[in-house]
Design a protein around this ligand. Structure first.
Ligand SMILES: Nc1ncnc2c1ncn2[C@@H]1O[C@H](COP(=O)(O)OP(=O)(O)O)[C@@H](O)[C@H]1O
Ligand SMILES: CCCC(=O)OP(=O)(O)O
Length: 365
């Protein structure tokens, strides 16, 4: 008998859900949340009951009997640094995500929704490879200012999944691969994996690395300090929003959609062409820098995320970094199957679910 697993992946304006029977996807849908609905909620956590209801209504409409489920699994967000793998959604996870202790993000809702659905059914709720996965080597944590530590914030779920997929395609194991993986989606993060462990990255969120559709990436620190004190952005929230949410491609061009940028370029828009070129250029620099972490011993460079559907973009990145290692393009994301597989490994006993503990007192996170 197959295990029936409900997979929940919340994005900023939609919640993707899927049902897997073991590894076979039997249903998948993206439930869109109109901006008019979402903007009624002040904080992401306030959307929990709304999204829960949308999911339950959809399953009801489909006449899906939730009592068939063996487990629920949700994408996990900003927890304190943890190892990769599958975690049972326990009270400590619920606590940290509910108060957004380590940051606010729609992904925080994934584990909470999984637990909210699983608990009344008496089945387990899991989260797999959340954005808080931290396998960084110590040297990578040094920033240049002792009171600022570089942090791991990463598309760990998709990055690990595509690396696993690539390893399988060449008959190797995940933990045999040295890779540099650029996830280029709504958010962009680039990771370097040594033997399957993400030992360093550009996280794109903390002003680190290439800019993304709505995020600034790294900017000159002196100019940033001047801007913070200029009075133009009077609160920390406003300044944060300026760098993460209103920055990157959308700030230059008014769109976060690379396909729209392509249309602008087709119509002769020179600024759009320059910003797209800069996107490619900055990602290529990040990839090459992370290849240096492996001293050039790179088995593969993987380009993934929605923007990797753009062949002109992946070709352009190849032209910068193709001399380092073979470049594999795995566009889109593998998050739903990766979540299902993570839950399945625990259900079948292949792996033990890890336990998330409250943050240690001496943590400087
Ligand atoms: N064929 C394509 N060519 C270039 N960019 C694309 C293509 N398809 C999607 N994208 C871009 O991918 C980005 C969204 O990536 P995606 O991984 O779907 O984001 P999310 O982080 O929301 O899951 C958008 O900028 C979108 O324009
Ligand atoms: C740090 C990775 C989390 C992230 O940026 O996710 P989205 O691309 O979904 O915003």
């Amino acid at each position: 008998m197959a295990y029936n697993i409900l997979v929940i992946n919340p994005g900023s304006t939609s919640t993707k859900i899927a049902i897997f029977a073991d590894e076979e996807k039997v249903m998948e849908v993206g439930l869109d949340h109109p901006v008019s609905e979402i903007e009624k909620f002040k904080k992401t956590i306030d959307q929990l009951d709304f999204r829960y209801q949308v999911i339950m209504n959809y399953l009801k409409e489909q006449n899906y009997d939730i009592h068939q489920l063996d487990a629920c699994v949700g994408r996990g967000g900003y927890l304190h640094p943890i190892p990769a793998g599958t975690f049972t959604v326990n009270d400590a996870i619920v606590h940290d995500l509910t108060i957004a202790l380590h940051g606010d993000h729609a992904a925080n809702l994934g584990a909470l929704l999984a637990k909210k659905i699983a608990d009344p059914l008496g089945i387990p709720a899991y989260t797999v490879d959340p954005t808080a996965v931290d396998e960084m080597q110590d040297v990578a944590r040094i920033s240049g200012m002792p009171d600022i530590t570089r942090r791991s914030k990463i598309h760990a779920l998709n990055i690990r999944a595509v690396t696993r997929e690539y390893a399988k395609s060449i008959g190797k194991k995940f933990n045999e691969i040295n890779a540099v993986v650029a996830h280029m989606g709504g958010g962009c993060t680039t990771a370097v994996l040594r033997k399957g462990k993400i030992i360093d990255m550009y996280n794109g969120l903390d002003g680190d690395g290439a800019f993304a559709p709505t995020r600034s990436g790294g900017v000159p620190v002196g100019d940033l300090i001047h801007l913070c004190y200029s009075g133009k952005y009077p609160t920390e929230d406003a300044m944060m929003r300026h760098a993460v949410g209103d920055a990157g491609m959308v700030a230059y061009l008014g769109t976060a959609d690379m396909r729209e940028v392509n249309k602008m370029i087709e119509k002769g828009d020179k600024k759009a062409a320059l910003i797209k070129e800069a996107f490619v250029y900055q990602h290529s620099k990040d990839i090459a820098a992370l290849a240096a972490v492996l001293k050039g011993d790179v088995d593969v460079i993987i380009l993934t995320g929605g923007i990797a559907y753009g062949k002109d973009i992946t070709d352009a990145i190849k032209s910068y970094v193709g001399w380092i290692a073979p470049v594999a393009v795995i566009p889109g994301e593998r998050e739903m199957i990766a979540l299902a597989q993570g839950a399945l490994r625990v259900l079948t006993g292949e792996e033990k679910a890890q336990v998330y503990e409250e943050e240690p007192e001496d943590s400087n996170y």
